[in-house]
Design a protein around this ligand. Structure first.
Ligand code: SF4
Ligand code: SF4
Length: 462
């Protein structure tokens, strides 16, 4: 009877288990200092770069409405899309290269999620205290102290998030103009929307979701295993040396006590921002932040044991096999990266900063005027330099061909586009059939800087 009641009241196991809040413990050490430095440098770059000026304009600006990307002295136009595609390929290949070489180095030290989470944790520590103080505060009933600490954390988080959203928008809209507009309430609706949207995303991802973004949302965490092999640098616990684990006094000789070097203090687990135990082996949740190395090294120092129970190593090295970090796949990635980077730099340095587009008027095949046959074209001349240039336009390909209806010299302002309709005339005796012609635009001050564009001339049909 009792068992029937038990069955009737038993609750089904929940399909979803809510995430347990992680309270990462603060740690000092070599890698913590490196991580702090990386965070400060990367955050510094993000917040400072949009304020830099170059030639009287924003040095880095992705002007989407104007369809122009400004990168220092370089202006990229929609026609330069291949450069952008190449840049993305290089970025992806760099990720493969560094993963093959050093595992999840990107995740641990340079990923925006890691960097902003680190900054949010600093603010949490300043306002709510150490790990144990934070845990105590969360369990405590609401009081003036709790309200004050939680309130100041929220003020810092929200302020920092909004500044992040504003800075992000400042990469796409001139930031020096955006700032007063936002403050005076006269910026466009989209500027407010994106500022709040990115601010909210920063607040949610770095403030609350933290390790869950890495565990459940980041695709890189999922496919990294495909890029790992037994010679990839990983952070691992030396099981042979550490086991059997167990607590002991510092004066106890572990060998005599039949123990390994792990004193089972859980410090490596407490510092882990994703809440895992490195002693359970390589796990996809591990972002390779190396906090557990610092933690364990500090314990080893206190116990007078050699450092490195948790360390950077490779699967092969850990198992006593020969291991080499520089292996064929690293060289292949390095070679590909060098070729692509070389190609990108060469083509950017040698590119002609003029774009010439020729569109033939398709409404009329040709027009006869006394002694000549005419075709109509629209020429688009783009000056990719930041200063005005004067161009000379010419055409050839057919004996006697000439331009009509266009000035001899065409000034185009820096970063400007000139659209000119014009006629191409060919003496009647030479204007039979469909013929190739070539337009040339050359810079008057530097005739060697020129661009050619081919088109068709439709003449009389024989
Ligand atoms: S296991 Fe170690 S390296 Fe991996 S995330 Fe946790 S603390 Fe960082
Ligand atoms: S910090 Fe080191 S000694 Fe302490 S539990 Fe982790 S591995 Fe063991």
């Amino acid at each position: 009877m009792a068992s029937t009641n038990d069955n009737a009241t038993a609750q089904p196991a929940p399909l979803y288990e809510s995430a347990k809040k992680i309270y990462p413990r603060e740690i000092k050490g070599r890698y913590a200092s490196l991580s702090k430095l990386a965070t400060l440098v990367l955050l510094g770059l993000f917040y400072v770069v949009p304020w830099l000026q170059w030639d009287g304009r924003q040095a880095f600006l992705f002007d989407l409405p104007e369809r122009k990307f400004y990168l220092l002295g370089l202006t990229l136009w929609p026609q330069d899309f291949p450069y952008l595609a190449l840049l993305l390929i290089i970025a992806a290949l760099s990720l493969f290269f560094f993963t093959a070489l050093a595992g999840r180095l990107w995740c641990g030290f340079a990923c925006p999620q890691t960097v902003w989470t680190e900054a949010f944790i600093w603010m949490e520590q300043w306002t709510e205290g150490t790990r144990s103080q934070r845990m105590k505060l969360d369990k405590a009933p609401w009081s003036w102290n709790k309200l004050r600490r939680k309130g100041s954390k929220q003020i810092l988080w929200i302020g920092f998030s909004l500044w992040t959203g504003f800075t992000f928008v400042g990469f796409f809209t001139p930031i020096r103009e955006l700032a007063p507009l936002l403050v005076s309430g006269t910026a466009g609706g989209w500027a407010y929307f994106w500022t709040f949207f990115y601010g909210f995303a920063t607040y949610g991802n770095a403030g609350y979701m933290r390790e869950q973004v890495c565990k459940y949302m980041c695709p890189y965490a999922r496919f990294q295993s495909a890029m790992f092999d037994k010679d990839t640098l990983i952070i691992a616990y030396d099981e042979k040396r550490g086991e059997p684990r167990g607590g002991r006094k510092r004066s106890v000789d572990p060998k005599e006590a039949g123990l390994g070097d792990c004193i089972d203090c859980y410090l490596c687990v407490q510092v882990c921002p994703t809440g895992i135990d490195i002693r359970d082996g390589l796990q996809y949740e591990c972002i390779a932040c190396a906090a557990c190395i610092d933690a364990c090294d500090s314990v080893m120092d206190k116990m007078n044991y050699p450092r490195g129970l948790v360390r950077y190593t490779t699967h092969n090295a850990m198992h006593g096999d020969a291991s080499r970090v520089l292996r064929p796949r690293v060289f292949v990635y390095a070679a590909l990266l060098t070729i692509l980077l070389g190609g990108l730099i060469t083509s950017m340095v040698t590119r002609t900063p003029i774009i010439l587009d020729v569109i033939r008027d398709r409404n009329a095949l040709y027009r006869e005027v006394p002694g000549f046959v005419e075709n109509i074209y629209t020429i688009k001349l783009i000056n990719q330099r930041n200063v005005e240039q004067v161009f000379q336009l010419s055409v050839d390909g057919i004996p006697g061909v000439s331009l009509d209806g266009v000035d001899e010299l065409l000034p185009v302002e820096g970063g400007g586009v000139l659209t000119v309709p014009l006629r191409v005339r060919v003496p009647r005796e030479n204007a039979y059939g469909i013929m190739d012609i070539t337009f040339t635009a050359s810079v008057v001050d530097n005739p060697e800087e020129m661009i050619e564009e081919g088109s068709r001339f439709v003449g009389l049909m024989p």
